[in-house]
Design a protein around this ligand. Structure first.
Ligand code: G4P
Ligand code: NA
Ligand code: NA
Length: 189
């Protein structure tokens, strides 16, 4: 997505050889116009697929997911992160380990928001090691629902997440795919 890549080039900040800061339009300050265009692009890429619900994870996945949900006219559910869950019968949950943050979270979704006849589009802002997306897919499977695909705003293709998810059979659509960061510059695939 050219508009997104341009924005990453102009406003993204390469922190080191593996981290990109996009706080000015995605992760803290949010550009609603760009979010809507991202939502439209996800809707376009998954055109023709059956999708009944979007599943994302708090917090940074929510803005783009709401816009995609607006365009597709379907509800958006976000998984909550908890240090540890009190296990009850009415939630799906799984553990997600973040290599970037070196911490583990339980992610939970109330059972009432995912049904077995749901066809789910998983959306997140970043794809690094794929742990968050794989955790969301696991929750969809617990509900006996189907994963239609995975939509990612920024894929760091030099990290293993994209390959891992594709090897597991998921369709992954990433709007910007980054090959590397070198000398503070973003190199796209
Ligand atoms: P993974 O799910 O692909 O394995 O990613 P990982 O655990 O490594 O990512 C942990 C958090 O860091 C996620 O946010 C993810 O979006 C974010 N992240 C990963 N790489 C980058 C990066 O290069 N730049 C930025 N800005 N974020 C990155 P989170 O913990 O879920 O927090 P939230 O922002 O969604 O609240
Ligand atoms: Na995220
Ligand atoms: Na994030």
């Amino acid at each position: 997505m050219e508009l997104l890549k341009k924005r990453i080039q102009s406003d993204g900040l390469v922190l080191n050889d593996s981290l990109l800061k996009v706080d000015s339009f995605l992760n803290q300050q949010i550009d609603p116009d760009l979010m809507l265009k991202i939502g439209e692009e996800f809707a376009h890429r998954f055109q023709g697929e059956q999708i009944t619900k979007i599943l994302t994870i708090e917090s940074s996945g929510i803005a783009v997911s709401v816009m995609a949900g607006l365009v597709l006219k379907i509800p958006v559910v976000f998984a909550r992160k908890k240090k540890s869950v009190t296990i009850t019968e009415d939630v799906y949950y799984t553990k997600v380990y973040s290599f970037t943050k070196q911490e583990s979270n339980d992610i939970i979704v109330s059972k009432q928001f995912l049904q077995k006849d749901d066809h789910v589009l998983i959306i997140d802002d970043f794809l690094a090691n794929g742990e968050a997306a794989a955790g969301l897919a696991e929750i969809v499977h617990q509900a006996n629902a189907k994963v239609t695909g995975i939509g990612i705003v920024i894929e760091k293709s030099f990290q293993p997440g994209a390959k891992k998810l594709m090897d597991a059979g998921y369709r992954v659509e990433s709007l910007a795919r980054i090959a590397s960061f070198s000398n503070g510059q973003v190199i796209f695939l």
